[in-house]
Design a protein. Sequence first.
Length: 207
Amino acid sequence: MPLLQPKCLDDEAKTALLSLANRCHARGWALATSGNFSARIDGESFAITATGRCKGTLAEVDLLTVDLAGNPLSVGRPSAETPLHAQIYRRRPDAGAVAHTHSMPATVLSRALAAEGALVLTGYEMAKALAGVTSHEATIRLPIFPNDQDVHRLAAKIDDSIGDDDRVHGYLLEGHGLYTWGRDIAEASRHLEAIEFLLQCVLHARR
């Protein structure tokens, strides 16, 4: 009996996700083979970038389908950090896309502020780019988690800590990078650009 073909993203979503990955590489946020990007297909699966690929040269063949437990549904090796994406999709039914970058500000600040457990931002107009934020006076909190090569254990720790808290728009992994998400690829991209800008502001201020 032949195996059923897994569902996949539509052409528009594929193009948008590949474009996001390409732009992040061009901006120095996902250099070498770092970073990973995904988009929800339906209530049971999502597409994610393959492991070990340069995000500046991704093609459609590099978008693999997995289920919400992170199990591959198509041929190829999905990102090693697939469980972290799966955690977001399971806990946040409204999340339609996830972006993970390894920018210098995210890497440096996540180490410098690791002992504080979070990066807290207040008074930035750019914060209004985040869903639900309507004032520059809002306080934005980015939790910082110790990195862990056991990604399933790390995903469980993140799940226990922030769950589906809609006040959280992203988090940092110590010495690693940023995770953020949105209702669709466009919103995830907007959140990513806003948070990366805020991280740059904090890094420059600390200098």
